[in-house]
Design a protein around this ligand. Sequence first.
Ligand code: HEM
Length: 148
Amino acid sequence: MKYCLAAALLSSLLGVAGCANTLSSSPGSSAATLYDDLGQGPGIAALVDQFLWRLADDERVNQRFAETNITRFREKLNEQFCVLSGGPCIYTGDSMREVHAGHDIREAQFNAVVEDLIEAMESLDIATGTQNRLLAVLAPLHGDIVAR
Ligand code: HEM
């Protein structure tokens, strides 16, 4: 069944280019943000794609995405990572509580997804400090994603 997600992901990757909601970066800014350290829009796009491939291949969680619109998921993840890392984007997706409510997501599944994200960051040689900063801005979402 993981191939359903992989196939949807593949067509999504081939059919969609770029992050429509990424605005051009302001020329006057100087301090490097997490967004900069992730490689801005292109770096985040590469990370999201690596992350999605790993989710598709992960038997612990890929069934959960069997009904998911991967094109939308990919776009919203790009926006979310951009916004949370301080980038010039707008998140147009639904709230984490709304999206994940009813999916009965368990702690072990949340941890599996985080592991996949770490593997994706490792595969792109993202510095450990940068990885930890991204994980730190995602951590507060835990309470809205994992079922009580
Ligand atoms: C740090 C952890 C996570 C983040 C940042 C995250 C983020 C997101 C985002 C941005 C969306 C798209 C929202 C939208 O379409 O408006 C989404 C959808 C979804 N997420 Fe997560 N998620 C996380 C963990 C998980 C886990 C652990 C699972 C299950 C194992 C999961 C299952 C899903 C599913 C099934 C959808 C699609 C829902 C639908 O189409 O109705 N997520 N997530």
